[in-house]
Design a protein. Sequence first.
Length: 407
Amino acid sequence: MQTAIINARIFDGHEVLGATTVVLDGPRIAAVGGETPADAEVLDAAGATLLPGLIDAHVHTNAASLALALRFGVTTELEMQGTNTRPNRARITDDDTLADVRSAGFGITPPGGHPSELFPKDFRPGPPPGASPAGPPPVMPFSTTPQEAAAFVPRLVETGSDYIKFMVDDGSVEGHPGLPMLDQATLDAGVAAAKRHGMLTVAHALTLDATRMSIEAGIGGLAHLFMDQPHTDAIIALIAASGAFVVPCVVLDASMMGITGAALADDPRVAARLPEDWMATLRSSFGRYPQGRLGDVLASVKALHDAGVDILVGTDAALPLPFLGGLAHGASVHHELQYLVEAGLSPVEALRAATGTPARRFGLTDRGRIAAGLRADLLLVDGDPTTTITDTLNTRAVWRRGTRLNR
């Protein structure tokens, strides 16, 4: 049976439409606008706004976290380190109680390089998030030379990575200066190899110098925004000229500075959906770079946006552990949207950063927009987040492939 959502304000992933009706037919959107089919099940969405399902463009995830994300209307997560590559995710693809996922597999980094410094000395995390005993063992692409980096790219492609990630991090922001780090020649060789295989490339870069290295290597996107110093006109111009996108992960930068997610956790719309371990994590922080200035990060976001750089919403949410704090799957996407508006983007521009823009930049042509023929990944919220961004948390309904999530 078809479902007709009527009397809705519709944000289609780019703009607010004049139409007020969307018809779902199984997993797809059958029509936007027009007459309501006579035999359709009707949902009256008066007073609410219909959005494409949200996309988190930077996570580390597993099945439980994908379920949590979906509760908050995040219908797709893009994993930046983990094992949810193509051979490992059939159960996720077919499970409409979980957000969908794409994955980089494991990022190219030197032995002992990032992210090894994040975990306490005696911490044993067990299998990586998303690990599947049925899938192939993860490729650990440790590289110290251009030849090694270039050789690892086809192995990552073969084992199902959807894009290739490079760790460009000397540990200075994490309180571990001198961490082994990819040099320019190794980064250049790896990025060039990925391009030869037709793969999108993304870089973990938390400093301005690492950002410059990544852009000069020809990176396709930055999975973080530098936080060690204010932006310069030169770095903004360099990023803009390159065509790279930026996933600022302002929520992560704030957490690195010791700013917790307590205010978000205090919101009853969030607290009602988070289990205790995630509430404790959200109320904590990384706290590794207290000298950072959040105002500088927000100013950099605005400068990049004004220069025409594509901004994507991402959170870097990972595991429910206090030392990875300030973040929670799903909930922190809404926090990031609020930060983007605080930086100076309009609510509509912020919403694009969580819908149409990440879908376009990651080649997800079947989602991120509300249009006939696309996946029926949808979020219905009370109010109008195109003018009041905090209304994104007023969840009325979530659909994943046309299946409504049972709250």
